[in-house]
Design a protein around this ligand. Structure first.
Ligand SMILES: Nc1ncnc2c1ncn2[C@@H]1O[C@H](COP(=O)(O)OP(=O)(O)O)[C@@H](O)[C@H]1O
Ligand SMILES: [Mg+2]
Length: 485
C-alpha cells in the first residue's frame, strides 16, 4: 500500500509539474492499453539496463480465454473503456509483423534482483523512475521518440505484486545506435556483408520483374550498380546514413528542449531503430523538467547528477555536480555525434570513472577532432564540447547544421528534408544503404553461381529488389515535391 501511495503522489506531482506547452498534449494522450501479466507471453530478453530488463512479447493471450471483443461482458466488467478495448484488440492483431513475423512489442520491467540487492529507498527510486518514464512517454508525441503502447493493468499499483508487477509495453526496436555504429564500421572497412539474395528475391514484386526487362534493355538501374562499385561509394553511403541518424536524433532532442525537458542520459545504447529504420529515442528514466520561469538555456538549476559518465558534461561529472541546464544534452549530443562520425568509442583510453572525471572535468580533455572533417563540422563539435555551457550551441542549431550538411551531401537535394517530410518519412538513407548492399551482394552471387540458370535467377532477384527500392524512392520524391509546391 505504501509503495502504491508513493506512486500516486509522484503521478500527481508529475501532472502538476508539466509545462503548459505539454498540458494540452497530456490531456489528449493516446490511449494506452492495460494488460494483466497473465495475458502476456514473453519471448527472449532483448536487453538490460542497470535497473530493468526488456523482453520481446511473443503473444498476447486474451483474458480468461475469452476473445478480445468489444461486446464481451467479461472485459467490460474489468472496467476497461471502449478505447482501451480497441487498442488491446489492435495490438493483439499486430503482435507480429506480417512481413517478418518478428514480435512488434517489447515489455520493460524492473530487474527482480533490485528488491534483494538494494535498500528500500533505492528500489523506490528505480520504481518511481520507471513509472515516470511511462508518464513522460505518454505525454510526448514525436516521430523520433518511442511510443508507450501498454501498461500493467493496475498501473503503478502493480508494484504491490513485486518488481515485475508493474511494466510498460513499447514498440519493439531492432537495433541500437551502438549496434549500428559497429555495423557502419564493418561496412566502411570490410567488404559489404548482407543477407540472402534469394530470400530478398522471394519478396520481390511484380514491379521489379518488369524492371528487370527494362534493365536487360539497358535502363538506368545498371548505372546504379556501376557507380556503386567505385571505391568510395561505401564511405559516401555510410556518411549519408550517419548524417541522417544525427539529424533525426537532433530532431528528437529539439522537440524535448522545446517542451523544457532535459533527457539527461543521451548515449548510443539509449537510441534505437524501429522496424522502418527510423531513429527512436528511448529510456526516459532520467528525463526531467526545467522550470518554466526563466531561460532554460541560460539559467542553471541544482539537480541531482544523472547520466552515463562517458557522455556526461563536465559540470555534472564532478562530485558534487555543479548547477546545470539543457546544455548538458548538447554536450552529450556532441559526444554521440563525434562517435557517429568517427566510429570510435569516446575516451577509449580511460580506464576508470575517477580517471574520466580527472581527464574530462579537471584537465579539459575531449575526443580528438579529425582534421579531415569539414570546417563547420569541426567547429560545431568543438563548441558543443565546451566546458562553458553558454558557449555550446542550442540543439536547434545542431539540427539546422546537420540538415545543411545532409543537403550538401545530397548535392543540394533538399526534397526529403522539409521539416514536415522529416517528421513522416521513411528513412531514405537506410534504404539507400540497403540498396547498395543488394547490388554488391548481387555481384558476389553472380561470381559464385555456376550454371547460367542460376546466374539468371540471381540477377532477377537482385534487380527486383533494386527496382523496388528505386520505385519507392521515386514515389516518395514525387509526393514530397507535390506537397512542397
Ligand atoms: N523497445 C525496445 N525494443 C528492443 N530492445 C529494447 C527496447 N527498449 C530497450 N531495449 C534494450 O534493453 C536495454 C535496456 O533498456 P533501457 O530502457 O535502456 O533500460 P534502463 O532504463 O534499465 O537503462 C536497451 O539498451 C536495449 O538494448
Ligand atoms: Mg538504458
Amino acid at each position: 500500500m505504501y509503495i502504491h501511495h508513493v506512486f500516486w503522489l509522484c503521478s500527481q506531482k508529475f501532472v502538476n509539474s508539466l509545462p503548459s506547452s505539454l498540458k494540452s498534449d497530456y490531456n489528449h494522450r493516446d490511449t494506452v492499453a492495460p494488460f494483466r501479466t497473465k495475458e502476456i507471453i514473453l519471448g527472449k530478453l532483448l536487453g538490460s539496463g542497470e535497473f530493468s530488463h526488456v523482453y520481446e512479447i511473443s503473444e498476447f493471450r486474451p483474458v480468461d480465454d475469452i476473445e478480445l471483443d468489444e461486446t464481451s461482458s467479461t472485459i467490460r466488467s474489468l472496467g476497461l473503456v471502449d478505447a482501451e478495448i480497441a487498442v488491446r484488440k489492435l495490438m493483439k492483431k499486430r503482435e507480429r509483423s506480417r512481413h517478418t513475423n518478428k514480435a512488434s512489442y517489447a515489455l520493460k520491467h524492473l530487474r527482480p534482483v533490485l528488491l534483494e540487492k538494494y535498500d528500500v529507498e533505492k528500489y523506490i527510486q528505480a520504481a518511481t523512475d520507471l513509472a515516470m518514464e511511462a508518464e513522460f512517454l505518454n505525454s510526448l508525441s514525436d516521430p523520433n521518440i518511442i511510443k508507450l503502447r501498454g501498461i500493467s493493468f493496475a498501473g503503478p499499483g502493480g508494484f504491490s505484486h513485486g518488481p515485475k508487477g508493474y511494466f510498460i509495453i513499447l514498440d519493439r526496436l531492432h537495433e541500437t545506435l551502438a549496434d549500428r555504429i559497429k555495423r557502419w564500421k564493418k561496412q566502411k572497412n570490410g567488404p559489404f556483408l548482407i543477407g540472402n539474395v534469394r530470400e530478398l528475391g522471394r519478396k520481390a514484386t511484380e514491379l521489379g520483374r518488369k524492371a528487370l526487362t527494362a534493365t536487360m534493355l539497358g535502363s538506368e538501374t545498371s548505372s546504379v550498380s556501376g557507380s556503386l562499385t567505385r571505391s568510395n561509394s561505401a564511405t559516401s553511403v555510410v556518411l549519408e546514413d550517419q548524417l541522417d541518424v544525427g539529424l533525426q536524433l537532433a530532431s528528437a532532442l529539439a522537440y524535448l528542449h522545446e517542451k523544457n525537458i532535459i533527457f539527461r542520459d543521451l548515449k548510443p545504447a539509449n537510441v534505437g531503430f524501429d522496424v522502418r529504420g527510423d531513429v527512436k529515442l528511448f529510456d526516459f528514466g532520467l528525463a526531467t523538467f526545467m522550470s518554466e520561469d526563466g531561460d532554460p538555456y541560460e539559467d542553471e538549476y541544482e539537480m541531482s547528477g544523472a547520466g552515463s559518465p562517458r557522455y556526461m558534461a563536465p559540470e555534472v561529472l564532478v562530485n558534487p555536480p555543479k548547477p546545470y541546464n539543457m546544455k548538458v544534452d548538447v554536450y552529450s549530443f556532441g559526444i554521440v555525434l563525434w562517435e557517429i562520425l568517427s566510429l570510435q568509442r569516446p575516451y577509449a583510453h580511460v580506464r576508470s570513472q575517477d580517471e574520466l572525471v580527472d581527464y574530462v572535468a579537471i584537465q579539459g580533455g575531449r575526443p580528438a577532432i579529425n582534421d579531415e572533417w569539414k570546417e563547420p563540422v569541426k567547429k560545431t563539435l568543438a563548441s558543443s564540447f565546451s566546458a562553458d555551457s553558454t558557449a555550446r550551441p542550442t540543439i536547434k542549431c545542431c539540427y539546422d547544421f546537420l540538415r545543411k550538411q545532409l543537403i550538401e551531401h545530397r548535392d543540394g537535394d533538399a526534397s526529403q528534408l522539409s521539416d514536415s517530410y522529416i517528421k513522416r518519412r521513411r528513412s531514405m538513407a537506410s534504404m539507400q544503404l540497403e540498396l547498395s548492399l543488394h547490388v554488391h551482394n548481387y555481384q558476389q552471387q553472380m561470381k559464385k553461381e555456376k550454371t547460367l540458370g542460376h546466374k539468371v535467377s540471381a540477377a532477377m532477384t537482385a534487380v527486383n529488389s533494386v527496382a523496388k527500392m528505386n520505385t519507392i524512392r521515386n514515389t516518395l520524391r514525387l509526393s514530397t515535391k507535390k506537397e512542397e509546391e
